[in-house]
Design a protein around this ligand. Structure first.
Ligand code: TA6
Length: 282
């Protein structure tokens, strides 16, 4: 069978299901332009989706790859992580080749977004599925007549077998803001990051590819255009405050997010920006 894109129901909501000839599969929800599932050819699920996630087309879905725009976390006056993750996006493009499937979703300003954030914009998320990789590209265009600035992230929840046994390589020597320790600025000293408690860090100036090792599996994480990488695991106490994450859920996830968080991206009228995160099975 060639690559294919079908509309199906996923947790009661419409979703696009992308498949490749080799057997890779991804599920993308137009609500929030959120990738909810990804399994490469011949492999198991690589994204964490909370079994307690809510699918009511209003609440942010816990897991997969939420798109945070035009604000990352609480870095401003907007709702946490902005409004893009809780709005319906339009499917603006679909294409299949011999060995890939690609969809593009689009969100533009309307009265509701304008009331929160008075700017004219067009945001597009393109999801490319190949046998051994998933690539997400967020493009933002200033369609208005005045400059604006934003922060953003692809808040990727990676599935891990047991987070304490996973390790993330490639951050050595980088400066980070430790949101789990009073926003102190620190420098990564170890060759690999391991998780043994709450981790909530914004690493700056990430240019090298990262490598996630977990239970005999390896995943390459490439970030382009986004200057920062956020690593997040809520661990036990924080996790208890999240109603849509089960008690032991934090053990099976590690967020490695492509982000523009430290400095805002500035766009003049008519300008465009893009940032990309690629996940590659190694
Ligand atoms: O990206 C890390 C973070 O900003 C954390 O501080 C944590 O709160 C997380 O995002 C999840 O946010 P959410 O609003 O989805 O519960």
């Amino acid at each position: 069978m060639p690559a294919d894109i079908q509309t199906q129901t996923f947790h009661g909501q419409p979703a696009l299901v992308l498949t490749t000839a080799g057997g890779a599969r991804a599920v993308v929800s137009p609500f929030g332009a959120q990738v909810l599932s990804w399994s490469p050819a011949g492999g198991g699920e690589r994204l964490y989706l909370s079994p307690d996630a809510r699918f009511d087309a209003a609440t942010a879905v816990r897991g997969g790859v939420p798109v945070c725009f035009p604000q990352f976390a609480g870095l401003g006056k907007l709702p946490k992580h902005g409004f893009a993750r809780t709005l319906p996006w339009t499917v603006s493009g679909q294409r299949c080749g011999d060995d890939y499937a690609l969809v593009t979703l689009r969100l533009t300003d309307d009265d509701a977004t304008f009331a929160l954030w008075p700017h004219a914009f067009a945001a597009e998320l393109t999801v490319l599925l190949e046998n051994d990789r998933l690539e997400l590209e967020l493009e933002v265009e200033n369609t208005g007549h005045a400059p604006f600035a934003f922060t953003a992230a692809l808040h990727t929840y990676l599935a891990v077998h047991e987070v304490e046994n996973a390790s993330l390589e490639g951050l050595h020597g980088l400066e980070y803001r430790d949101a789990a320790d009073g926003d102190r600025i620190k420098r990564e000293s170890g060759p690999a990051l391991t998780v043994e408690g709450e981790v909530d860090r914004v690493y700056h100036g990430v240019t090298r590819p990262l490598l996630l090792r977990d239970a005999g599996r390896s995943l390459g994480i490439h970030v382009d255009g986004f200057p920062d990488v956020v690593v997040w695991n809520p661990w036990e106490h924080k996790s208890a405050t999240l109603p849509d994450l089960p008690d032991k859920g934090f053990r099976h996830m590690l967020c490695v997010e492509a982000a523009a968080a430290r400095s805002k991206i500035q766009l003049d009228a008519g300008e465009e920006w893009y940032g990309r995160q690629s996940l590659v099975v190694l």
